[in-house]
Design a protein around this ligand. Structure first.
Ligand SMILES: C[S@@+](CC[C@H](N)C(=O)[O-])C[C@H]1O[C@@H](n2cnc3c(N)ncnc32)[C@H](O)[C@@H]1O
Length: 645
């Protein structure tokens, strides 16, 4: 039984909770107890007797696996059992016999789990800081594995008992352990993490890193629970927030450990007189109160807002950015834009302010020439007319659009609304239009997720010819931003294409399983109109980021890109997270991947370079990291990704 199918979550978004068990060679009985009596959804169970050692096995001995594959159906194995590998396995031990036994057992257990078609196996945590031999063996296995996932168990906070003296407790950053292991396994897509959660938690920034990593499960030990006033288990506020974060990121929860609370028996049980033949109470699962509490935390979560629910399918899904200059947008794309009322409200506010500034009250009857360049199917024409009505100003509008299909819609809109006397439709590329008169106000929305990446600067350079010297451009400027990210899922998706081109492409993506490692920084700004004599749309920026000191080291898989546009004076529009326009959904962020992720230590600078390059037929970005290690320059000469002029 899932923790619940909540309103506001897709069915596929229901959350499941498992339980970690001891070895039991009667698997059907184990499932019956934990799933039927306990209401857990799956068990994390050893598949082999933990006392088994290959070197102690007699020649004709039978391997001590948990029963036969036939005791469960393949679908039961795959949906109800996660295999747990023997915890004594230590492939980096000084003791050679133990090392060899460990390797043999690891291979046997995974082969057996693979045969059973369980979805995942949990690998025991590396025993020390050195895990090269363990990783080598796992890496070999990963090369030949079917669809099964391997979850490396990592304690969220690792206490190094060896390094501890009477007066000090030293914490090892367990992220480093994970990082070494996955680097040795070349970021293999079937290797993810099972995080062990105990009572102490690291800093918020240190925790945040894990949301950009491939965490598949969080194993919550009963020791991490506190006791509420009625004697029942509950969690600290920080733990509650963490568990909610796990739910939000589709991380499975597993309850582990011995019951640490003695819970008063509910009177309803006694009243029902529900005793078995021996006069004893029926079996109750000792960990059920912990499951109930986790279920309560899930049920208590706010449902997702409608727009977020609509966008669930886009989470962490890489899309190629639009090329609205080179290609003609389709009706469906316009339709999506047009549903975003917040964008048009902001434009209407900006146009109203500009009209009031430009036309004083005593000249309100004078006509203002307003041109919507890149009018699409007309929503900015409508916003302009509404601004005129709101301010009592008079407009003459030119709607310029190069997409002939959108022009058809524009004509029917003008006719339908009776705007024939006010609006003139021009079917033309704004860069080449010979305007019959000059505009007081030029309104455009040619912005991409990274501001200038849909070539707004180049288009508006052309349109600037027909703006009066003192005319107003809405937007008056826009700035792009970048932010270093841990984004293991996005990185693995790019890597799965196995070519250079995908690593040198920017993607539009609804970012979800990511960790934003520092505040973003501005990259390129464009201002309109721009009458400077040495005007160029080429740009170059060197940026220096610093990971906060309480984060620990972190992996940078690439950069999130955003924009913020100043439409007119204080009216802005954008997606930079700290100043994003609320309730606006026309733009997802953009992702610039790195071919080789860079590990950055907190406190040491991450130096990044970004270029906007312009050729005769295309515009493209190049990017690189210069410190702590130099990366290759990505997308040299726009060889992999460019925007056509
Ligand atoms: C992002 S859409 C915006 C459409 C509409 N203004 C809106 O806000 O919903 C940009 C529009 O500009 C048009 N466009 C792009 N470059 C253009 C150019 N150089 N000349 C004319 N139209 C252009 C595209 O065809 C597209 O319809």
């Amino acid at each position: 039984m899932p923790l619940g199918e909540k309103a506001g979550f897709e069915k596929s978004q229901s959350r499941y909770c498992g339980v970690e068990t001891e070895f039991n060679d009667d698997i059907p009985q184990l499932l019956n107890f934990n799933l039927s009596t306990g209401s857990f959804d799956f068990v994390v169970a050893p598949l082999m007797n933990p006392t088994y050692r290959p070197s102690l096995l007699e020649k004709d001995g039978v391997l001590p696996f948990a029963a036969s594959d036939l005791v469960l159906s393949p679908s039961q194995w795959s949906s109800h059992v996660v295999g747990k590998l023997s915890s004594w396995i230590d492939l980096d031990s000084e003791d050679e016999a133990l090392r060899i036994d460990s390797e043999t057992t690891l291979k046997q257990e995974i082969a057996w789990a693979n045969h059973l078609s369980v979805q995942a196996c949990i690998l025991p945590p590396p025993k020390g800081a050195s895990c090269a031999n363990y990783a080598r063996c796992v890496n070999q296995i990963l090369q030949g594995l079917n669809n099964m996932q391997l979850w490396l168990r990592i304690p969220l906070v690792k206490t190094d008992d060896d390094a501890m003296d009477a007066n000090s407790t030293s914490f090892i950053d367990s992220w480093e352990l994970w990082n070494s292991f996955r680097l040795l396994c070349e970021h293999h897509g079937q290797l993810s993490i099972a995080l062990d959660i105990l009572s102490s938690l690291p800093s918020v920034n240190s925790l945040g890193r894990w949301f950009g990593e491939t965490v598949a499960a969080a194993i919550i030990n009963t020791d991490s629970f506190l006791t509420n006033g009625r004697g029942y288990p509950c969690l600290s506020k920080r733990h509650q927030k963490l568990i909610t974060g796990f739910f939000n990121h589709s991380i499975q929860i597993v309850i582990s450990g011995k019951p640490a609370h003695s819970i008063p028996r509910p009177s309803s049980d006694l009243a029902a007189n529900n005793f078995d033949n021996n006069g004893e109470s029926p079996q109750r699962h000792p960990l059920r109160p912990y499951l109930d509490y986790v279920g309560f935390l899930f049920q208590r979560m706010d449902p997702l807002p409608e727009q977020e629910r609509f966008e669930l399918g886009y989470r962490d899904f890489l899309q190629s950015p639009l090329q609205p200059l080179m290609d003609n947008l389709e009706a469906q794309t316009y339709e999506t834009f047009e549903r975003d009322s917040m964008k048009y409200i902001q434009y209407q506010r900006a146009i109203s302010k500009a009209l009031l500034d430009r036309v004083p009250d005593d000249k309100a009857s004078a006509t203002t020439v307003l041109m919507v360049v890149g009018a699409g199917r007309g929503p900015l024409v409508r916003a302009s007319l509404q601004a005129a009505e709101e301010t009592g100003r008079k407009l003459k509008i030119y709607a310029v659009e190069k997409n002939p299909n959108a022009v058809v819609t524009l004509h029917s809109l003008v006719k339908l609304e009776g705007w024939e006397d006010i609006v003139t439709i021009i079917s033309c590329d704004m860069r080449f239009w010979d305007a019959p008169e000059k505009a007081d106000i030029l309104v455009s929305e040619l912005l991409g997720s990274f501001g200038d990446n849909e070539l707004s600067p180049e288009c508006l350079d052309g349109a600037q010819r027909f703006l009066k010297q003192d005319g107003i451009s809405i937007p008056s400027s826009y700035t792009s931003f970048i932010q270093p990210l841990t984004a293991a899922k996005l990185y693995n998706d790019v890597k799965s294409h196995k070519d250079l081109v995908h690593f040198e492409t920017a993607y539009v993506v609804k970012m979800h399983n990511i960790a934003r490692l520092t505040p973003s920084q501005p990259v390129f700004t464009f201002t309109h109109p721009d009458y400077s004599t040495k005007k160029s749309n080429q740009r170059y920026k060197r940026l220096q980021f610093e990971i906060p000191s309480d984060t620990g080291s972190a992996m940078v898989h690439g950069f999130a890109g955003y924009f913020d546009a100043e439409l007119y004076k204080d009216v802005h529009l954008g997606i930079e997270p700290s100043i994003a326009t609320p309730n606006m959904f026309s733009w997802f962020a953009i992702f610039f991947p790195l071919r080789t992720p860079v590990c950055v230590k907190s406190g040491s600078p991450l130096e990044v370079h970004f270029w906007r390059c312009c050729g005769s037929s295309k515009v493209w970005y190049e990017w690189c990291v210069a410190s702590p290690n130099a990366s290759a320059i990505h997308n040299s000469n726009g060889r992999s990704y460019w925007v056509g002029l």
